[in-house]
Design a protein around this ligand. Sequence first.
Ligand code: BG6
Length: 476
Amino acid sequence: MNSYRIEKPFALVIFGASGDLAKLKLFPALYSMVEQKRLPKEYYIVGYARTKIEKEVFQKEFSDSIKNHFKKHPKDLNEKILKDLTSRVSYVSGQYNKLEDFKNLRKYLSKITSNKEITTLAYFSVPPQVFQDIIENLGETKRHENEDLRLILEKPFGEDTESARELFHFVARYFKEENVYLLDHYLGKGAVQSLLHLRHSNRLINMMMKGPEVSNIQITAFEKIGVTTRAGYFDQVGTIKDMVQSHLLQILALITMSIPITENAASLHREKYSILSALKFIESKKNIVLGQYESYIEEKDIPKNSKTETFSAMRLFIDRESWYKTPIYIRTGKKLHEKHTYVVVELKKFAFQPKEEEPNRLIFELQPEERINIRLVNKQGQTSHYQEITTSDTLSCTGDDCLPEHAMLLLDVIRKRRLHFLSFEEIIATWEITDTILAFIEKSKLKPEKYVDFSPGPESQDQLTSIDDFKWFDIH
Ligand code: BG6
């Protein structure tokens, strides 16, 4: 397989280089890119953060976080590659809101690149509160209007519709949209990308997934971990903002959108937007379930009276003729019995089929397994039972082409491929529906129901699907 290799030199500046996101995701992604020989001969990685530390200290943090990533399989780590990669990493300390510090950063970049003009990627691995400072200072220190400076902003984009709009207007003052990459790491997952390719190349599957054929859709994203070290952030947002607003609504859009004729970014964004802007939440307590795991309020830095939801399930609709009356159920939560992300598309039955007969199902498992599964009802004797017509690992990437999400997406930025990034409009549309749901929760004073740690979540989630006479389909 001929994997893509970058030829042109580039510099990657990571803002918030001492944070969790950089350590857990970005640094290991860079290692995998080097290991798979995707990077050019000449590239520079510069960490930028407020902490004043020496380059060597940062290099150690960088290298330790990669080692940590391999702690379960230390033999898979190639020390030589790690050493070479680490030796190319450097560090600049500075504030995010000080123009002087950005001028220093610019000088430093010019120095290490011998004043050559190369592509610069600015990765925002920082809380959204400092996005604007960085954008402004980067904008103010541009070499010239056409400098090849690409911004990579990772979710969350703002904290509601208004702040997201404000952020995008702000970015637009300094940068053209084509230089801004809005990243949701779910779109870098191999299985999520396969969803698109699979739908794009299979008429059969698309025929099954058309609104009039589908009785309901279920999207599940369960996690075993709790809030971990991100209590401060998570307690402010909860699962609806943290997981549903971007990751799960993106999956919903990829499953339900019309197939764009070309796989180009603009047409894909248009189709996703068309779904996302038509999402509807019917305001009723019946349509939403909130939960909180029992030990949540004992977690470090979580207030004892916190009402933040660590589990949410909701019933949505798409206001389009073709999806009229097809409920879409979404559920996600932390500290549950398993880590599992999957989508179940249940197909309609014939009017003459008995009520108790199972429907045909199309199942997309996104993680940890990556596979599509078509389950068709087949009758044997007097009983009807499932026969799995297809079970395959079609959704997994194979061999050389597999890279972690952030590596896939970084490569895309370097190649100027926007397909797996978000558009401003999509994000605004997902915030609008999120705000509607959150406003309803507040208005109706809904409180989360406690659930046992490592259980399948609050029992009342079943009431959501039973409104329409359906049941959650759990994959074991
Ligand atoms: C992040 C959320 O965006 O996604 C986390 O902030 C969540 O709370 C994570 O744990 C889940 O990502 P993944 O790739 O492990 O499913």
